[in-house]
Structure formats: C-alpha cells, structure tokens
Design a protein around this ligand. Structure first.
Ligand code: GLA
Length: 321
C-alpha cells in the first residue's frame, strides 16, 4: 500500500503531532507514513518547566529519543505563547524575563536542536477580534509592544544556524487576521529577516474555510518571502458552534471529509515550491484534541487514519493523484 511520505516525497515532508501515548499506540502508522513529528505539548515551556522543581525533561526526552531511533525530524513547538507558560514569568521584570527566555531557548536548542528543522518561536500573537492587533499575553506585558521582534532577535542569536524560525497561528486564512499577521511579519522583518517561515495551523472543518481563502493566505505569506509549513492540520466534522454528537458520521459527510482533504492537499501540491512540510495534528482518530474541544467528550474524526489505524477515504483522497 502507498504511504503518505512516499507519495509526497517530491512535494513536501509530512509530519504528525504526537504525545507519549500515541507514539506507542500508533507507532506503525507513524513511522510508515510520516517523516517528522511535533510534540503536541511536551516541549511547551509550561509543560517542560515545573514551578516547584524546575525542568523535567522526561516526556520531551522520550519523544525526542523516539524520533532519533526512528530517523524522524522534529518541528520545535513552541517558545513564546500566551498559554502553557510558567507563571513565575509574571513575577519577574523585563531584564530577568529576557534572561529566562534566552536561557530556555539555549537549553532546548542544546538538548534537542540536532534533529529540529524549525521552531515555532512565537505562537498565536495576533488577536482574533477585528479591531485589536496583538493579543494579550504575559510576554507582551513584560517585554512591551515590540516583544515579537525582540523574541526573534534572541532566537536568531541562540538557535542553531540552519534551523528555521517560524511564526505560527490559527484562523490564518481569515482576511482581517491574515492582514494583521502580514503587518506584524513585515514589521519584524523590516531591517533583517528574523522570521523565516509562516506556520499555517490549518485547523479547519467540513464547511470552512474555502480552498480559495486558503490559496489567498498561502499567496500572501509566500509574497513576504517566507517558507510555509502547514503545522497543525485537522478537518473537524463540526462547524465551530455545532453541538451535535454522533456515534458515527453519516456516509455523505464521510465523503465530504474526503473531498475537503483531497481539495486542500491538491492546493498544497500546487504550492510545493513554497510549502516544505505539512503536519497533521495527530496520527489516528483514536486520539485527537478535538474529542475535548470545543466540547468535552464529543467524538470527532478529523485525521486520515481511523481509530484502528486503518487508512480512511480521506487518506485515499490525498494519495490518489
Ligand atoms: C494550538 C497550539 C497547539 C495545541 C492546539 C490544541 O493550536 O498551537 O500547540 O495546543 O492549540 O491542541
């Protein structure tokens, strides 16, 4: 049977978000189909750093060692985010926060940098509300309005040469937010290229966005001279506010799911000169964050392999070309 990574070898690398449990449960599917992983949580500052005991590398080490043993590359995720950040940051002044962040980047780079091809340096800094620009964040409070540029300067000095520095965000295809992301990247890159790439999360659903929305976004980011990674793709069965619960999706929706995947991957193939990696936010439908979000305990089927690790129609839709 064809595998994702073989089918796409002339286009871009294919990645998956993992945790220590899915690495064990879905090992075969993962190593046959994917050539890079992203730690779903294990490398986030608030996960790897415990307020009382300092760094605890156990989980991230396990995932990194798995990647090395199986010759997978990694996307580093992430350094600066308004979520999952240790609270002690709040108790320090600007200079100290700069030290803490520099030191943190150095520690992560020294320990994991040999197989990390790109880091999501800043995650989700742009506000969704149309009349506001930057989102509230402890980093912004501490480092000031220009914090994004400052953070990339630190990363540029600290992270291995050759490792690309990405900005990563969701709703990255909604025109108003897209414009603000473009504005931010232009201002950060105005004097020197600090951001190498745009991470388009691509958490989409059966109904939204359209392929043309996504095409416009890819073109806008590519026009900034950036490399593009699709960093967290999944296709939810539910529109954002839809609270329905089903045991299994209706057959026509299974077909629609396959069509959406097929159409978006076709678009990505068209832009292969700009897109270097497409990462799915999970391996199989056995585990997906969407079973808990935006509602708890509501089953979703957003990936390419079913709960038993078998390829779905959506898998065939992206590999049949
Ligand atoms: C965002 C983050 C990811 C992850 C998802 C939900 O997209 O970038 O790290 O937390 O939310 O799983």
């Amino acid at each position: 049977m064809v595998t994702l990574k073989e089918k796409y070898k002339d286009y871009f690398t294919i990645g998956a978000a993992v945790n220590s449990k899915t690495l064990k449960n879905d090992k075969e599917v993962l190593i046959n189909n994917f050539s890079s992983i992203t730690c779903e949580n294990a490398m986030k500052f608030g996960e790897i750093y415990d307020e009382d005991n300092g760094y605890n590398f156990e989980c991230a080490d396990f995932q990194y060692n798995f990647a090395k043993e199986n010759r997978l590359k990694m996307r580093g995720h992430n350094f600066v985010w308004h979520n999952q950040t240790p609270k002690f940051i709040m108790e320090n002044d600007r200079e100290k926060v700069i030290d803490i962040l520099t030191n943190h980047m150095k520690i992560m780079n020294d320990r994991y940098g040999d197989i990390i091809t790109a880091w999501d340096v800043v995650n989700e800094a742009i506000e969704d509300k149309s009349d506001e620009y930057l989102r509230k964040s402890v980093w912004r409070d501490k480092l000031g309005e220009d914090y994004i540029k400052e953070v990339y300067k630190i990363a540029r000095k600290t992270i291995n040469k050759g490792t690309e520095l990405f900005y990563n965000d969701y709703n990255e295809y909604i025109p108003n937010k897209l414009d603000k992301i473009v504005r931010m990247i232009k201002s950060v890159n105005a004097d020197e290229k600090l951001i190498d790439g745009m991470g388009m999360q691509c958490h989409i659903n059966l109904y939204y966005p359209s392929v043309d929305d996504m095409r416009r976004a890819i073109e806008a980011y590519a026009a900034l001279g950036l490399r593009i990674h699709i960093t967290e793709m999944d296709v939810s069965y539910f529109d954002f506010n839809d609270e329905s619960i089903w045991d299994t999706p209706a057959p026509e929706l299974v077909e629609k799911h396959a069509k959406v995947y097929g159409d978006f991957f076709k678009l990505f193939r068209e832009y292969k000169d700009y897109i270097d990696n497409v990462t799915l936010w999970g391996i199989t439908d056995d585990y997906t964050w969407l079973d808990e979000f935006p509602f708890r305990n509501r089953k979703n089927w957003p990936l390419l392999f079913d709960v038993d690790g078998k390829p779905k129609n959506s898998f065939y839709a992206v590999t049949d070309f």
